[in-house]
Design a protein. Structure first.
Length: 556
């Protein structure tokens, strides 16, 4: 392929050992002097420049310019060669720095550092190739340079973070407890996999009283699907065994979570199924105490560069009283939908859409506040680091000018002048990009589905908003403060604290004979030591008991 030439390859074409599964268009980035394969959100460096600054520019561009997807970069390196060994060490070090500082911040500086230290990297590579005995010295020197810069950049970033953050331990503790309540229960990942695998006719065996699932072998079409979607499965495994219960985890039994390859496989299979399915309005039975209309909306927010910052489903409940509330996503996981699901005529209550926009604007505001705090750190880091680079380059330029007898440093002086200009240009580009990232845009809400929930006679949960004033008064009387109400049907209804910071997770119920399912008790396991049930009777009096003391009595 000639430099700058646009080419198309069809499925099955093999390019330098890489086989593309679909038709891809390959173009050259403007301003780069080497050929570059780029398609969708993936980039293959098949001719790696020995100038790391150009390499990091490539990766920085694909990360930044309107990129909405996860980016995959493949660097093809000749194995068992001296130059390949040097480049592999360089790329591994770059990856470690990226994990600490984030992609953009590494790509802003690291290539320039190596250029400034060595000036002529092709000469460095020649030393690695021609002088076998100096290879270890070359690698050691390069790694030492990168380690020093890594440490320096990390220190600057931490200083900026500390300067912009006041560590408030109480707030951090509350955030931690809120995450414990809001996270998706571990058992749900296993249930999800079981559902989609059954739908795909994968043979599953329930063992250990149904708490563990065994797959003797994945069908070939499933394994091919996994390869196509870049999901790495253990091909050498004779069988897969997984569970959603912590106590069942063992050396040969995996605890499924969002990072497990089987969950990722299930997620991709579900996406395919979802594309075939048209969501309508359905009536289903649910353990609620009144009829509830649930409107499911997709809300998304992006920044000024086109990067999507948040994309989530919001469940808006219209109660029989006409009041609107947001349901916590946990409402889907805490109970099974019963019945076949009767399809009924589509209907949209007039008050719902304005309420959804209100929820979307609140979400946008929270994201904007969080984004501003992040970008303040990035701006401070960029400004300080670019300033240090500029000052270092200026000092070197001054030294060259003082020692420029008979114009012997003319080339070095020209290089440093060009370096100063380049630093200013890169600084302006990055800071202007940060400004664009401050612009937060809300996409129009999209209705995904509508459900009519009607009671199945086993209601176990209440709307906490109906009990807020009562619970607030009760907690105040008992010397507890910091009351927080969660969205309806969350894992718990309220949170409060004693004077010493001890947490209390509160579940409200309005019937004395209600017991909870085994699955719900399992989900409470992480906070059970501090979980309490408050029974509110008809005269508004409260009776409380600790979940840990009534563990077995709560099972249905």
């Amino acid at each position: 392929m000639k430099m700058g030439e646009d080419m198309k390859y069809k499925a099955g074409d093999v390019i330098r050992g890489m086989q593309f599964p679909e038709t891809v268009e390959i173009k050259r980035f403007e301003g780069l002097t080497e050929d570059l394969f780029i398609f969708c959100n993936q980039m293959i460096n098949y001719d790696i420049p020995w100038n790391p600054n150009k390499l990091e520019q490539r990766m920085g561009r694909i990360h930044r310019i309107g990129q909405r997807n996860e980016v995959f970069v493949f660097n093809l390196i000749a194995a068992n060669t001296r130059e390949g060994d040097v480049m592999l060490r360089l790329l591994n070090k770059l990856e470690l720095m990226r994990e600490d500082l984030g992609a953009d911040l590494v790509y802003d500086f690291i290539g320039k550092v190596l250029e400034d230290r060595y000036f002529d990297l092709p000469t460095l590579m020649q030393q690695a190739i021609l002088n076998r005995e100096k290879l270890d010295e070359v690698i050691a020197g390069m790694e030492r340079t990168l380690s020093e810069e890594h440490k320096r950049l990390l220190q600057i970033y931490q200083e900026e973070s500390l300067a912009n953050n006041v560590l408030e331990l109480t707030s951090l503790r509350k955030e931690q407890y809120e995450l414990m309540v809001k996270h998706i229960p571990v058992r749900c990942y296993a249930d999800f996999c079981k559902t989609i695998f059954n739908k795909k006719k994968i043979r599953l065996q329930a063992v250990n009283e149904g708490n563990v699932t065994r797959i003797d072998r994945l069908p070939k079409f499933i394994r091919d699907f996994a390869k196509k979607n870049k999901i790495v499965l253990n091909e050498s495994a004779e069988a897969y065994k997984y569970t959603g219960y912590t106590e069942q985890e063992a050396e040969d039994v995996a605890l499924i979570d969002q990072s497990h390859s089987l969950y990722k496989l299930g997620l991709e299979l579900t996406k395919v199924e979802a594309e075939k399915f048209a969501f309508q309005r359905y009536m289903i039975r649910y353990p609620c105490s009144e009829n509830i209309e649930v409107y499911v909306y997709n809300l998304a927010v992006a920044d000024g560069t086109g990067k999507e910052l948040n994309n989530q489903l919001v469940y808006v409940a219209l109660k029989s009283t006409g009041k609107l509330e947001v349901l916590d996503p946990y409402w889907i996981f805490q109970a099974e939908f019963k019945g076949e699901g009767v399809q009924i005529n589509d209907h949209l209550e007039g008050t719902v859409l304005p309420y959804v926009y209100k929820v979307a604007l609140e979400m946008k505001t929270k994201i904007k506040i969080k984004r501003e705090a992040q970008l303040e750190k990035v701006s401070g880091f960029l400004a300080k680091t670019f300033r240090l680079q500029y000052n270092e380059a200026m000092e070197r330029l001054t030294g060259y000018q003082k020692d420029n007898k008979e114009n012997k440093n003319g080339v070095l002086i020209n290089q440093m002048n060009a370096n100063l200009i380049d630093i200013e240009v890169r600084k302006l580009e990055r800071l202007s990009e940060v400004e664009r990232q401050r612009n937060i845009v809300m996409k129009p809400p999209k209705r995904v589905a509508q459900l009519e929930l009607y009671p199945d006679g086993t209601a176990t949960r209440v709307f906490p908003s109906d009990y807020f004033d009562l619970i607030e008064k009760y907690e105040h009387q008992h010397g507890r403060s910091g009351l927080k109400m969660f969205e309806a049907f969350a894992l718990v209804d309220f949170y409060s604290e004693r004077y010493n910071g001890e947490p209390r997770f509160i579940i409200v119920k309005d019937k004395p004979d209600i017991v909870f399912s085994r699955e719900y008790i399992e989900d409470l396991r992480g906070i059970v030591e501090h979980a309490y049930v408050y029974y509110v009777d008809k005269d508004q009096s409260v009776t409380e008991y600790a979940v840990k003391d009534n563990w077995m009595l709560l099972f249905s």
